[in-house]
Design a protein around this ligand. Structure first.
Ligand SMILES: Nc1ncnc2c1ncn2[C@@H]1O[C@H](COP(=O)(O)OP(=O)(O)OP(=O)(O)O)[C@@H](O)[C@H]1O
Length: 240
């Protein structure tokens, strides 16, 4: 396994008076898709927001390519090459697809090759390029949110539950897109959909009640049904 692109070491985060994350240690190897699983309220979003500097860690170290980024502002963390696709997708409904994409670039201009690649990954975005984002379907909105994160080269993308509320056929089409994106960028994926997660993930961490309950390779979790049963109750949507 390659050296880690991201490491969390003993990270604890409070929101107001509440202790939400407790001593989170997590290693994300460079390249591929790495999954953070956990049930509702387990602390997945808080972990991603802490990495992005949207919540300040009370304790612990967050290393990106070896540099401690825990005290940096979100804009400086983004400039280092980390993008965040939040659960609410963070797109602007009143703007066109093109305007949404342009706002995600640093100077408003597009690299033609990257744009062509994005059109190939998500053809609907080319079709609806001049349409307002609110006219897109849920799946297309999610594609736009992901496309915004990769319109410029990023080293690491944090994606919060991209399959939430999407139809199975749309989720299936996203598997190929994620595999393609992961050829040039490391993805840290928060998920509850185990089928989606296991088809993409190389490593997996399970978080429960703000604590890491398990870390390992996805292959060993897929093979170990007893472990799955133990973790399913903590983390996964049993219907997936
Ligand atoms: N702004 C906030 N104020 C108070 N508590 C919060 C806030 N945001 C999150 N929490 C609490 O922190 C805990 C972890 O929330 P978090 O959103 O990280 O969970 P999650 O695993 O992402 O869940 P979900 O799958 O539902 O998005 C929950 O108990 C939640 O109620």
């Amino acid at each position: 396994m390659t050296s880690p692109i991201l490491e969390l070491d003993g990270v604890s985060t409070d929101i107001a008076q509440y202790h939400i994350l407790h001593d989170i240690s997590l290693t994300v190897p460079e390249g591929g898709v790495h999954v953070l699983l956990g049930r509702n309220g387990a602390g997945k979003t808080t972990t991603l927001r802490t990495i992005m500097g949207l919540w300040q860690a009370r304790a612990g170290v967050i290393r990106f390519r070896g540099d401690d980024i825990a005290a940096l502002h979100t804009s400086d963390i983004a400039r280092k090459g980390i993008a965040f696709v939040p659960e609410n997708m963070g797109i602007f409904g009143g703007l066109t697809v093109e305007e949404n994409m342009r706002l995600a670039t640093h100077d408003g201009s597009f690299d033609r090759d990257r744009l062509a690649r994005i059109y190939a990954l998500f053809p609907a975005l080319e079709t609806f390029w001049t349409k307002s984002a609110w006219s897109l379907s849920g799946g297309q909105k999610q594609m736009l949110a992901i496309a915004r994160a990769i319109i410029e080269k990023r080293d690491l993308i944090l994606i919060d539950e991209p399959t939430k509320g999407l139809a199975p056929a749309i989720i299936l089409s996203m598997v190929d897109a994620f595999r393609e994106i992961a050829r040039e960028t490391t993805i840290l994926l928060v998920e509850q959909n185990f089928l989606f997660a296991k088809s993409l993930g190389q490593t997996v961490a399970v978080i429960d009640d703000g604590r890491i309950a398990h870390t390992g390779t996805m292959a060993e979790l897929v093979e170990d049904t007893a472990l799955q049963t133990r973790l399913l109750s903590l983390s996964l949507d049993a219907h997936q």
